[in-house]
Each structure stands twice: as structure tokens, then as C-alpha cells.
Design a protein around this ligand. Sequence first.
Ligand SMILES: [Zn+2]
Length: 126
Amino acid sequence: MSMAACSQCGKPAVVGVGDNPLCVNCLYKFQQAILMRDRMLKEEVNFLIGQMEAVSSIYGLFPRYALPEPVIHQGPMNFHNIKVDSMPKESRSWGILKALVTNIGTQVATTGLAVLWDAIRPMLGL
Ligand SMILES: [Zn+2]
């Protein structure tokens, strides 16, 4: 199966945005750009509400946008396909995969989905 290439960098694409296939990294950057623009517009609206209140001396008439702290990821993000069926169980990749699944399982277990983790665990020999 061949995957479409990201229209921005050529890595395997995972999603289409308009007519542009994008990889995980470029999709993330695209979404970050939208969030930054969205935040800027909301800050501007909040500022204008403040100005209206200042000139009218009527406060609290309009609600302000809540602006949570932006989450900024530094460094590249990668998407890898792993062919599990041909992977020897002694290989480094298998070890990494097992560690990854264990980590996911821990997250699942600590967030109240222990039943799901109990179902998955025997399949992995954990
Ligand atoms: Zn890309």
C-alpha cells in the first residue's frame, strides 16, 4: 500500500486538508497556526470590549473570551508504520513496541479504563 506524500515536506501523509495531504508534523504546524490566529483575534476582541467599557463606564456587559495558555510542542513529530507480523520478538523494535504498549496500558489503567487494559494485556504476554 503506498501512502500519499505530504504536500509540504514529502513525508507520508496521514490526513488531507483541502486538497493538501499533510504529514503529522505539517498538520500540527497548520493547526498551531490556526490556533495562534484564533487566539490573536480573541485577544483583540477582549481589548475592544475593554475599550468600550472604559469609554462607557459600563462594565461586565460583554463576556470576554477565556484564553488558556497555548500548548507549544518543540521539535519534530513523526509517524511510523511498524510491521508487527514480521517482527522477531527479540528485536529492539519489539522491545520498543512492548514498552510503548505498556506505557499506554498504564495510562489507560490510571484513567479508569482498567477493564480494557486487562483485555489487551494477555494478548501481549504482559
Ligand atoms: Zn509534512
